[in-house]
Design a protein around this ligand. Structure first.
Ligand code: PSU
Ligand code: MN
Length: 304
């Protein structure tokens, strides 16, 4: 297994010494934001994690190696290549490894690689879920299956309403994934602090969350906890406005027949264009907010 992994020295040392480490995904860099904001954001997220006392580990597949703690140059390379890098989920890993190719890892693939490296926490923006219309398209993100089976918990700002949030919650419930609200009872909807749905549990401090993670680990309950952290008030968007933008983006995707792995990046790009970058700014700020919380939970966890 070791021959497939390339872990940076800093991250390797931190894991060995049980220091706090927070994993980060790379699809958000290549497919989630435009260049150069994507690279600036990815580097700033790492800085925020460091400032808050943890070690960042950005994950990607580089020349077929499952790479943990990639360099700023590699982040820049993935960010510049953008959509030309292969968006890689669970199913893509073996092929890219065998061919020695590059891949930007989704939430699912980042969880798998973080787990192989021994990292327990991962911060990002939004997770994939059950798409609207999934009753007929069957479009359900592999992220949800991964959350149900891989022991790497994810801090996110909820999920965008490009998804059917009600069905996403049902799916997670069936799979036994606890959905936690950080200082809230309401499931955040990425750009907005409330989706109209409730989380399973409200937890009010990084320590409380760390204790629940520890109990899950010691009880050997497989899978993740999904920790949802609402976007800071000052950056949140108007719910009616963003819902309308999302509906338009979905309609355009349907008209153009966009589906499969291309759908989420297509919708993200449309939303950013329609809102003239305001949604991008919100997106960036909520990722920073999640990075901070991720570092705080990782610190508590390493002390338990
Ligand atoms: N949602 C976002 N931003 C993102 C993604 C989702 O708000 O960048 C990315 C993540 O990498 C996530 C992936 O794991 O899209 C889900 O893709 P799909 O819906 O095709 O499973
Ligand atoms: Mn899909």
């Amino acid at each position: 297994m070791k021959k497939y992994l390339a872990i940076s020295n800093e991250v390797k040392m931190a894991i060995e010494k049980n220091k706090p480490v927070v994993a980060l995904e790379s699809t958000i860099i290549s497919h989630g934001m435009p260049y150069p904001k994507n690279v600036e954001t990815a580097l700033k997220v790492e800085e925020i994690i460091r400032k808050n006392g943890a070690i960042p580990a950005t994950i990607a597949i580089i020349k077929g190696k499952l790479s943990v703690g990639i360099t700023p140059e590699q982040i820049d390379y993935l960010g510049k290549k953008g959509l030309d890098v292969i968006k890689s989920s669970r199913r893509d890993i073996p092929i890219l490894v065998a061919r020695g190719e590059d891949g930007a890892t989704t939430v699912a693939a980042t969880m798998i690689i973080a787990n192989l490296a021994g990292i327990k926490l991962f911060a990002t923006g939004g997770v994939g879920g059950v798409h609207r219309g999934a009753e007929t398209t069957m479009d359900i993100s592999a992220d949800l299956e991964e959350l149900s089976s891989t022991n790497v918990s994810v801090i996110c700002a909820g999920a965008k309403s490009i998804l059917d949030l009600g069905l996403t919650l049902e799916y997670l419930e069936t799979k036994g994934v606890p959905v936690i609200g950080y200082r809230t009872e309401n499931l955040p909807a990425f750009y907005t602090r409330e989706s109209g749905f409730k989380v399973n549990y409200r937890l009010d401090s990084p320590l409380e969350i760390a204790k629940a993670l520890k109990a899950k680990e010691e009880l050997k309950l497989k899978g993740a906890m999904l920790i949802t952290n609402p976007i800071p008030e000052e950056y949140s968007m108007d719910r009616n406005e963003i819902d309308k933008v999302i509906r338009n983006a979905i309609e355009e995707a349907n008209n153009l027949g966009v589906k499969g792995k291309d759908l989420t990046p297509f919708l993200l790009d449309k939303i950013q264009k329609i809102t003239e970058g305001r949604s991008l700014e919100a997106n960036i700020q909520l990722v920073y907010n999640n990075a901070r919380l991720g570092a705080e939970i990782a610190k508590e966890l390493s002390n338990l």
